[in-house]
Design a protein around this ligand. Sequence first.
Ligand code: F6R
Length: 259
Amino acid sequence: MEVVIRPDAEDAGRTVAGIIHHAILEGSKTLGLATGSSPLGVYQDLARRHRQEGLSFSGVDAFLLDEYVGLPPSHPQSYSQVIRRELVDHINLDPTRVHAPHGTASDPQQEARRFEHALAAAGPVGVQLLGIGVNGHIGFNEPGSSLASRTRLKTLTDDTRRDNARFFGGLEEVPRHVITQGLATIGEASHLVLIATGPHKAHAVAATVEGPVSAQCPASILQLHPHATVVVDELAAARLEQQPYYRHIASHKPPGQGY
Ligand code: F6R
């Protein structure tokens, strides 16, 4: 796993956008997208690269990590709608190639299986972008999720619902259930790129990078992946014990491998 420490959130977002840009230039055609606050700077910089540097998403398929059960795609906080607003409307990614679980499917378990199959048919995902919850979740794999899990119906913890209430009119409006890619599903992407910024993420980042691999910190599966990159700002890096080592590695990259 590689840890990249950037001065601030904006710089971290630009770094991750650069990783995605490079993957697309190398011919990657399947992209894994996350929602929430963490990737917003990434999406802004991808839009800028599209406008100013000719980065093209033509022919790219994008798969979302998760979706709220009960929210139709037209709901402003459904992840289909969020990704459209924050990214797809600003680049040349064909909206029909953006794939998310349907939150209003009559049988969410069946919908989860459909999504898993669609992903397997189009995959593997090249770069999978990830945020991280303060409890170490990725996608909506809350602590205790099986490390071998596949896309399925999950119940959100009250802490996660409280965290996400800021996007809704209040806690009672936050759905209790989600369809999320499983940890094993996420692990099939060729390159996992996790972005975390701000002091509230410092504990989860340290557990992910330097703690034991454990279902209690689902993001710790990144330690098992052959190509995982964790991009953090100084605040989110604050609890990493091996910071000097990560900085040393970053400043002595072989030619052509820097970020
Ligand atoms: C959302 C997702 C979640 C978020 C996480 C962090 O698609 O997969 O794992 O990345 O809850 O959310 P923010 O970035 O809002 O702190």
